[in-house]
Design a protein. Structure first.
Length: 195
């Protein structure tokens, strides 16, 4: 038998298997890391998309706050800092628009927004006292208030009737490991009190 016909020795075969195992292990770890990154980015995108949709809905409700075509006595367009903690992190709206029937008992006519346990919550007639989830992944919410000249209101709680503009800032982050950095989404709207 000639040298060419011998094939691989056992040591050569074990060396090739060892090298291939190391290469496959490295490739597997790379694929696993890329999959975890993809999952993290996908969760972050979902959280941001849901928060943007919730922020858009919140801004639409701000625009409708105070709508009172039937002249309901005592209707309070906006109540800032509803929980009274001194931080503008909760808000309540009242309006008669869904439909305009002289009562604020229809959906989204008498509603409160706040953040609890990483979720933007809403509470209105028929909801449990702890509220229901409106958007997930919201770490905090802050409201700012301005008058008709867009001057910041120093104490909107004392003068809710002067609120003409509401700014909203949501801080969102995907839950779990690798959830990404927190992102801040800002928006706002003028309050259109239609009587």
């Amino acid at each position: 038998m000639t040298q060419r016909e011998r094939g691989f020795s056992l040591i050569e075969m074990l060396t090739v298997v060892g090298v291939m195992s190391v290469v496959l292990l490295a490739v597997g770890q790379l694929v696993d890391r890329m999959q975890r990154q993809y999952d993290s980015q996908r969760r972050q995108i979902e959280v941001v998309d849901n928060a943007r949709a919730a922020l858009d809905a919140l801004v639409r409700l701000i625009r409708l706050a105070g709508n009172n075509p039937r002249g309901i006595v005592g209707l309070q367009a906006i109540t800032p800092d509803l929980d009274g903690n001194g931080v503008m992190d909760s808000i309540a709206f009242q309006s008669d628009w869904n439909p305009a029937d002289g009562a604020v008992t229809d959906p989204y006519e008498n509603i409160v927004f706040f953040v609890a346990n990483g979720k933007l919550m809403k509470r209105e007639v028929g909801d449990p006292p702890e509220g229901v989830e409106f958007a997930d992944g919201v770490e905090s919410i802050r409201f700012s208030y301005a008058d008709t000249d867009l001057n910041a209101l120093a104490n909107p709680v004392a003068a809710p009737g002067q609120i003409a503009y509401v700014g909203v800032s949501l801080v969102v982050r995907a839950a779990g490991p690798g959830g990404g950095p927190p992102l801040t989404l800002d928006s706002g709207a003028a309050v259109r009190r239609r009587e």
